[in-house]
Ligand binder design. Structure first.
Ligand code: OAD
Length: 253
């Protein structure tokens, strides 16, 4: 019954998903050179996440944390979106053109989805190209390096600026809106994420309980692959582009 409310059927066999939620993780940007976290050569094999991705690590050694994010910001300057980012931007346009809505929720702090043209995008783990001030709360764009003694442009305090990213132990951005959309979506797709980190890893369950069709696109089955009704596996640049082509063909049929 819920599925009937969430989907509008158009002709024999074709279906328009009125509301689609897509979750992406590091795997979607791997072929753009941004690196993943938990693969065998992943970022967490070289750094202890307690040191560089927690408020406690930042309090202990802000210089190390700034070096880590400065290097990632530097890598981002040279990175370009790949075929998966472009395909998702195209899908958003097609769905919008048919009166539907696609929300792209990314755990990635890179800006490759927006560079590819995605617009209805939520960075639940924050953004590498933004900083915020722990002293006065101001937040804004930041593309250069950040140092322990960098002064805040508004309050002037030195050492209070930090990357505007969500660290372990902090609340991801936009959760109320995400859960609202998950509870009303007809299709949920998870792309390039290991399914190891909550709350994102729990989205498939929320969407499934709401009656959505659920699909995982990943290099290999993730930790919660069994929670999805469908899975397609291989490099994102190939699998996502092919899946988008298939869906667009179905929507237009
Ligand atoms: P992970 O590194 O945990 O998982 C990346 C997933 O992408 C794995 O399942 C890989 O198999 C898959 N993958 C690798 N290359 C791929 C490719 N070319 N095409 C498709 N899939 C590929 O990264 P996330 O799941 O994004 O949080 O990690 C979630 C969060 O944990 C991150 O946002 C970050 C991290 O710690 C914070 O730092 C707060």
């Amino acid at each position: 019954m819920i599925c009937l409310i969430q989907r509008v059927f158009r002709g024999a066999g074709s279906v328009l998903y009125k509301s689609i939620v897509i979750l992406t993780g590091a795997g979607v940007s791997a072929e753009s050179g941004m690196g993943t976290f938990r693969d065998k050569d992943g970022i967490w094999t070289r750094y202890d996440l307690e040191d560089v991705a927690t408020p406690e690590g930042f309090a202990r050694n802000p210089g190390l944390v700034h070096d880590f994010y400065n290097a990632r910001r530097q890598a981002l300057r040279d990175a370009e979106p790949n075929a998966a980012h472009h395909a998702l931007a195209k899908l958003e346009q097609v769905v919008a053109g048919m009166g539907g809505e696609l929300l792209l929720v990314t755990q990635n702090i890179d800006n490759l989805h927006e560079k590819a043209g995605s617009q209805n995008l939520l960075h639940m783990h924050g953004e590498l190209a933004r900083v915020k001030c722990d002293a006065c709360g101001v937040a804004g764009a930041w593309t250069g390096d950040l140092f322990s003694q960098t002064e805040c442009w508004r309050c002037g305090q030195a050492g209070a600026l930090r990357p505007d990213v969500v660290w372990f132990g902090e609340m991801p951005y936009g959760m109320d809106g995400i859960y609202e959309r998950l509870s009303a979506c007809g299709l949920f797709v998870s792309i390039g994420t290991s399914g190891e980190v909550y709350p994102a890893a729990g989205f498939v369950m929320e969407a499934g309980m709401a009656g959505a069709h659920t699909i995982e696109l990943n290099l290999e089955p993730s930790a919660n692959a069994r929670g999805f009704r469908e899975g397609r596996y291989g490099p994102a640049s190939e699998v996502v582009a092919r899946w988008v082509d298939d869906l667009v063909a179905k929507l237009r049929a």
